[in-house]
Design a protein around this ligand. Structure first.
Ligand SMILES: NC(=O)c1ccc[n+]([C@@H]2O[C@H](COP(=O)([O-])OP(=O)(O)OC[C@H]3O[C@@H](n4cnc5c(N)ncnc54)[C@H](OP(=O)(O)O)[C@@H]3O)[C@@H](O)[C@H]2O)c1
Length: 243
């Protein structure tokens, strides 16, 4: 892939850049010439993504930490305050029947998927507003509009995140800050690797479609970021179609 004339030399903060969709976004933007602030908890994985990004000739510093820790979030947004692009990607999911999800699990999903995304977006958008430009991307899910069994609380967090994306768009349009929501269906990542609940495993095994690839989501992010000055894709839904 060639560097992109509108994106080359810009800086993007990508949360959850150590794996899956975040990693694919980091490598795709690096190939387009974008410098990346990488973050996630796993330092070894972040270092590996860093060197892959650097091999495309861009800068890719990383800061590891837990988005559930507010002092870390404060440090992160100060460190990456010059970002012209934010990809709010980090997310977590406990798959279980709704009556079995604990309050701690519910709080944790809201803390990472909603509260941390809000805190990071607010701080980065404040800086974008001062500069009079910027692009926020929210990775939600098809579960931002539907609710499926075994992921009810997760769907509630994604509905909330989608509402935040719409709200940021409404309020920041006048400051020329673009906001894109990317809502993928099932993606082939490690997100479901920790599932052990037999009922959930059975339900997943009975699905009749194949997941899409993390690269499909990264391609959608690149498409949104490449849109012309006067245009912004508000919502991109990505649906698995192959059985
Ligand atoms: N996979 C799907 O089917 C699917 C579908 C629709 C939407 N999504 C959304 O896409 C996003 C990325 O998911 P994925 O599929 O790429 O999952 P993944 O492979 O499990 O990656 C999740 C990323 O989030 C980071 N993360 C999780 N908890 C964190 C925490 N407490 N603090 C900091 N970073 C944290 C992880 O980094 P560390 O482990 O290094 O902390 C990792 O980089 C999520 O928001 C997810 O909801 C996924």
């Amino acid at each position: 892939m060639q560097t992109h004339p509108n994106l080359k030399g810009q800086w993007a903060l990508i949360t959850g850049a150590s794996a899956g969709i975040g990693r694919a976004c980091a490598l795709t933007l690096a190939r387009a010439g974008v410098n990346i602030y990488l973050t996630g908890r796993k330092e070894v994985e972040l270092k590996a993504v860093q060197s892959e990004c650097q091999s495309h000739g861009v800068q890719a510093p990383y800061m590891s930490g837990d988005l559930g820790d507010r002092s870390f979030v404060k440090e992160l947004v100060e460190w990456s305050s010059s970002a012209q692009i934010l990809i709010n990607n980090a997310g977590t999911l406990t798959y279980a029947p709704v009556l079995e999800v604990t309050t701690d699990e519910c709080e944790h999903m809201f803390a990472i998927n909603v509260v941390a995304a809000y805190d990071v977006s607010r701080a980065i958008a404040e800086q974008m507003k001062k500069r009079g430009s910027g692009h926020l991307i929210f990775i939600t899910s098809l579960a931002a509009r539907n609710v499926n069994v075994h992921s009810v609380v997760y769907a509630a967090t994604k509905h909330a995140l989608s509402a935040l994306a719409k709200g940021f768009r409404l309020e920041l349009k006048k400051d020329l800050i673009k906001v894109t929501e990317i809502a993928p269906g099932m993606v082939d990542t490690e997100m479901r690797s920790a599932i052990t609940h037999p009922e959930v495993l059975k339900a997943i095994a009975s699905r009749t479609f194949k997941p899409i690839a993390a690269q499909d989501v990264a391609n959608a992010a690149l498409y949104a970021l490449s849109s012309s000055e006067g245009c912004c894709p508000d919502l991109i839904e990505l649906r698995p179609i192959v059985g």
